[in-house]
Design a protein. Structure first.
Length: 151
């Protein structure tokens, strides 16, 4: 079904920002097995997902500006394709957004460079830190700093 979903997405000619969303949706299919089933829905298209993002941007715009970052764009897209709202944020924060971005990044790797994809990202280990040492106290008096010495 994964190949059929990618074929459905690729068969539509998209340009500009819709083409970028098309690429992100293909990366979603590559990164998440459930995406293919959602994408195959009869009445769902990349253009429709883009329209859903435009609608959100119009509602949330600030003056004449609207910004939708990649995680929010994917959340809107996933909701458009029918993923439950409760699952979207859990999936994105649980590593799905990382896998989507890594799949997207492999499309831009330099020719001949090895592809390294972390399929199960884990937080880095804590860096061991030595306890802070107290500065060595040196004996001095405020009398050592007189105005006469400063002039």
């Amino acid at each position: 079904m994964k190949e059929e979903a990618i074929q459905k997405i690729e068969n539509k000619k998209c340009e500009g920002p819709v083409a970028e969303l098309q690429q992100m949706i293909m990366c979603w299919v590559e990164a998440d097995e459930r995406a293919a089933g959602l994408i195959m829905a009869e009445n769902k298209t990349v253009a429709g997902a883009y329209k859903a993002m435009e609608d959100v941007a119009r509602k949330e715009k600030n003056g004449s500006h609207a910004v939708i970052d990649p995680p929010k764009a994917m959340a809107i897209t996933m909701e458009y394709y029918g993923m439950a709202k409760d699952d979207i944020q859990k999936e994105l924060e649980g590593g799905l957004m990382h896998r989507i971005i890594m799949a997207y990044a492999t499309r831009w790797k330099p020719y001949g460079a090895p592809v390294e994809i972390t399929t199960n990202p884990q937080p880095a280990a804590d860096i061991p830190q030595e306890p802070a040492k107290e500065p060595e106290a040196k004996g001095f008096s405020l009398d050592d700093f007189s105005m006469e010495d400063m002039l």
